[in-house]
Ligand binder design. Structure first.
Ligand SMILES: NC(=O)c1ccc[n+]([C@@H]2O[C@H](COP(=O)([O-])OP(=O)(O)OC[C@H]3O[C@@H](n4cnc5c(N)ncnc54)[C@H](OP(=O)(O)O)[C@@H]3O)[C@@H](O)[C@H]2O)c1
Length: 247
């Protein structure tokens, strides 16, 4: 394989949702390759702890992707030498109040899920993509889900959010043809993270019971490995969708 165009020492990556689960695993994996990682999420203390353990220079960046203004001001809030972002990992997401019949869903949880998983992802992309296009260089990885390909009952809001990510990603990829910017969607099945606890507002016992019902689950590191694989490919290769499921 010829050398990756993007995964180089000193490249800059922004990882949203780096305070837990998949995002944290991706930040660690990038850092081992010498990538300078901007670790973004709402829980700044967790980000500081992560940055303290990373091998390459890294930044803890408090960022609520559901806050439109924060997304619009993203670049201006970063130190100047961290603004030329080469790799964007659009990973932050949740399923707050989910796994219940739609008519029992709280309206504000529904809105927060869409605001984060869909609008937040798009707005973050909107802040970063113009610079990538200008430089003719970049790789965006959107964290979709197998829930963006198939539907199940009692999961409608989250499913809708991930179908939106899937549609957005595929449409935008067509616009990026020839721009030097690649766009990959990773679509994992079940991953054992803090995702279920976040859904149930920190009820870890319930979350553990939920994961224990399944025969197998992916780990955050499994997903991070897949992300690294897509970033490692030579510039003329575009991995469009990568679906991962527990075997
Ligand atoms: N776990 C699964 O089974 C699974 C399967 C397929 C896809 N996914 C997708 O993978 C992604 C990561 O999930 P995970 O499993 O790693 O869950 P997780 O362990 O709960 O981590 C979620 C991350 O998203 C961040 N986040 C949530 N809302 C945010 C906001 N408004 N602004 C900024 N950051 C926010 C959280 O940080 P703060 O709370 O500190 O802000 C946290 O770092 C999500 O997009 C999820 O939909 C998960």
């Amino acid at each position: 394989m010829s050398e990756s165009a993007i995964l180089t020492k000193g490249a800059v990556a922004l990882v949203t949702g780096a305070s837990a689960g998949i995002g944290r695993a991706v930040a660690r994996a990038l850092s081992t390759r010498g990538v300078r990682v901007i670790c973004a999420a709402r829980r700044i203390e967790r980000l500081r702890a992560l940055v303290g353990e990373l091998e390459a220079p890294a930044l803890a960046f408090e960022f609520d992707i559901a806050d439109g203004e924060a997304a619009d001001e993203l670049l201006s809030r970063l130190p100047e030498d961290w603004r030329a972002i080469d790799i964007l990992i659009n990973n932050a997401g949740h399923d707050l109040g989910g796994r219940r019949a739609f008519h029992k869903q709280a309206g504000e949880d529904m809105a927060a899920t869409i605001q984060t998983n869909v609008t937040g992802l798009m707005r973050t992309t909107l802040a970063i993509l113009p610079g990538m296009r200008e430089r003719g260089r970049g790789h965006i990885v959107n964290m979709g889900s197998s829930s963006g390909l198939e539907w199940t009952a009692n999961h409608s809001v989250y499913v809708a959010s991930k179908f939106a990510v899937h549609g957005f990603t595929n449409s935008l990829r067509q616009e990026l043809q020839g721009s030097g910017v690649r766009l990959t969607e990773i679509l994992p099945g079940l991953v054992r993270t803090e995702f279920a606890a976040a859904r149930w507002r920190g009820d870890e016992e319930r979350a553990e019971k939920f994961y224990d019902k399944f025969d197998a689950a992916l780990s955050p590191e499994d997903v991070a490995d897949a992300v690294m694989y897509t970033l490692e490919t030579p510039a003329h290769v575009s991995i469009c969708d990568l679906v991962l499921r527990p075997a």
